[in-house]
Design a protein around this ligand. Sequence first.
Ligand code: ZN
Length: 265
Amino acid sequence: MPTKTKKTSRRSGAGRRHSKAVSVLLQKLATAHRILEMEGHGDMTLGHVSVRDPEGRGFWCKRKALGMGEIISEADFTLQDLDGRKLAGDGDCHNEWPIHSEILRIRPDLNSVGHSHPFYGCVFSATSEVIRPVALEGGYFWPGVPHDKSTAELVNTKELGAGLATAMGKSFAVFMKNHGVTFCGTSIEHCMMMGIFLERACRAQLLIASTGYRWEYPTDAEMKARAPQTFHSAMINRSWEFYCRKLRWLESLSDIGAEGTYRIV
Ligand SMILES: [Zn+2]
């Protein structure tokens, strides 16, 4: 009978002392990474989510060379200022850090930014289509999600990051041409849910488009009536709690839970 091991970091920075506020945020951010892996955002060691530093120094982001599902502790994050200088944390920063700095710079309403390569989101990023409310989750992005068609390169300079942030505008997500998605929120919970909803919305629309059926989506008037019923902060919080329970269940199935989580399909 395998023995369950306690979830403690096997990496060198474990046990470092951050302020209580930073510690709480980084534990939540680690959980969000593993949930995103579970929900289809994992792509080997690629993909990263950040949170604005509560002490105003910049942003904390998953460090390079670990998968989203392998993020388990405060030691798995680096702190950078908005010009990309590393201020704290072990390991290297992701090359696409300007995605985070430039969105956080021009969107003071946001506190968390994610970038990943989920399968359906990547396929949808090759189109110029508007994401529609095929089902409920597409409606959470109504009236749509912009496409940044300005580059297919990695967003590894401040100029490219600024271009992406401008393309996103006031939205909570943006498609990156033949590459992936960026999604954001006022909190880690909100950001993570936008990532999950976006992937589900892309999957639904690609599926219905491939059937050849006649299909429709709600009118703007119908969406105006439905949006406040279905998308609000209580729903975000309940969804976050649900996914935390689902993650605990998945990680309880195997001793891999001590080291993270991997998506099986
Ligand atoms: Zn990327």
